[in-house]
Design a protein around this ligand. Structure first.
Ligand code: NAI
Ligand SMILES: N[C@@H](CC=O)C(=O)O
Ligand code: NA
Length: 436
């Protein structure tokens, strides 16, 4: 049978991993796919490096259009990144009738609706397993394996760079900047690492998972995004003393009023498996009404783990390409005419628990004032830690963990607490999820 011919756009970290794994496991992959899959063209701006990486065995060009327009190419793999040229090339490949595989979560989260519509009209597949949690087959699990379920919520550590930074800071006492440089050197970080540390990359991935889980269009602009740059070592230590670990978590939840879609540092009980996911590892916990809780764990970044997902998509397309387009697995799990318009909740409307730290004057009545404000806002306290003032100090830290409440209640209470003359500076608020 004729082999499937693939054009690769961008042979950087993931592109070179894809080229190597496809070559190394060529026979086994062909045996699974039913026919050989070969990369026959590569486009990269760094043409010399691309030639070196491909050992002079295939056609290398610097203009990606030459690949996208080539009549022999069946599948285009987009591994350039970003939403500029990558979007143009993906739409052009679709218009040319080619299937597309991409690891580009920024592109899918921002322009997925337009891309899937174009693909549907043209009868081609756009596959993006590598875009969420790298090598973990979470898209396949959500879209196919859990298809019987009404998904209730999912929560994930879905950015390897930030999880690596938090682990290195906690375990080795490394500074933030040093840990970030290491993550960049190891190929985990985005080309602009602010996407990682400000939570944007995690929000891209969460947005995609929420669409598949709940059958809603991709809506990155409605996601609440908070990264790890403002996180303080003091809070990481206090959280540990209280039996929690702080992780950058992406959470999406179905509620009566709408869907929560949020990324932020989160306290998780250390007794939960997901709290112990360290380094660049990713994990996604999914609760379905029939299956209960399922947990997916693995490498979420790096050359070969991500290549594993890219190639799985190549095999899927090879197997499915001949099927009637109407009977393929839909891009976002739900049939395009069965998508829901469930609203995304504004952040003030979400419900969770909170860690609150305040720096206060060590004098009688402060605690009573704070607890009264919380009680007036219907916020009940679950646990509290009051530190002895350091030698010669007249101020101390109070840490409180609340029961579940609405974000707007906490915002209002914090404003009142900060207005107390006995409270110094601002109150630190970190959300807490029991995940039980
Ligand atoms: N690095 C990782 O662990 C993961 C990356 N991803 C995604 O995979 C994609 C690629 O990421 P990396 O491989 O890390 O990036 P990279 O920066 O290592 O590679 C990108 C490659 O594209 C080439 N390129 C840039 N503009 C081009 C153009 N106009 N035409 C042709 N080639 C061009 C560059 O020269 C470079 O070789 C991104 O969308 C990223 O978000 C997804 C999961 C994991
Ligand atoms: N920068 C990303 C790469 C994979 O998606 C990460 O750190 O997780
Ligand atoms: Na994946």
């Amino acid at each position: 049978m004729k082999s499937i011919k693939v054009g690769l756009l961008g042979i950087g970290t993931v592109g070179s991993g894809t080229f190597d794994v496809l070559k190394r496991n060529q026979q086994e992959i062909a045996a699974r796919a039913g026919r050989a899959i070969e990369i026959t063209m590569v486009a990269d701006l760094d043409i010399e490096r691309a030639k070196q990486l491909t050992n002079g065995e295939i056609t290398v060009v610097n203009d990606a259009n030459l690949v996208v327009d080539h009549p022999d190419i069946d599948i285009v793999i987009e591994l350039i990144g970003g939403v500029g040229i990558a979007k143009t090339l993906v739409l052009k490949a679709i218009a040319n009738g080619k299937h597309v595989v991409t690891a580009n979560k920024a592109l899918i989260a921002a322009h997925g609706n337009e891309i899937f519509k174009a693909a549907q009209e043209k009868g081609v597949i756009v596959a993006f397993e590598a875009a969420v949690a790298g090598g973990i087959p979470i898209i396949k699990a959500l879209r196919e394996g859990l298809t019987a379920n009404r998904i209730q919520w999912l929560a994930g550590i879905i950015n390897g760079t930030t999880n690596f930074i938090l682990s290195e800071m906690r375990d080795k006492g490394l500074d933030f900047d040093v840990a970030l440089k290491d993550a960049q050197r190891l190929g985990y970080a985005e080309s602009d690492p602010t996407f990682d540390i400000e939570g944007i990359d995690a929000a891209h991935k969460l947005t995609i998972m929420a669409s598949i889980a709940f059958g809603i269009p991709v809506q990155f602009d409605k996601a609440y995004v908070e990264g790890i740059t403002k996180l303080q070592a003091t809070d990481i230590r206090y959280a540990e003393q209280l039996g929690y670990r702080i992780k950058l978590l992406g959470i999406t939840k179905r509620t009566n009023g709408g869907i929560e879609l949020r990324v932020h540092p989160t306290l998780i009980p250390t007794t939960r498996l997901i709290a112990n996911v360290e380094g660049a590892m990713n994990a996604v916990l999914v609760r379905g009404d029939a299956v209960g809780d399922t947990l997916y764990y693995g490498k979420g970044a790096g050359a070969e783990p991500t290549a594993s997902a890219v190639i799985a998509d190549l095999v899927d397309i090879t197997r499915l390409a001949t099927a009637d387009p109407e009977h393929r697995v839909p891009h976002l799990a739900f049939q395009p005419n069965a998508m829901a318009d469930t609203p995304i909740l504004p952040m003030a409307e979400i419900t969770t628990s909170y860690y609150l730290r305040m720096h206060v004057a060590d004098q009688r009545g402060v605690l009573a004032d704070v607890t009264r404000i919380l009680a007036d806002a219907s916020i009940s306290i679950d646990a509290m830690l009051q530190k002895e003032p350091a030698e010669g100090e007249t101020r101390t830290d109070i840490i409180m963990l609340t029961h579940q409440t609405q974000e707007k209640n906490v915002q209002a209470a914090i404003a009142k607490i900060e207005a107390l003359s006995t409270v110094v500076g601002s109150v630190t608020k970190i959300r807490l999820e029991g995940l039980g």
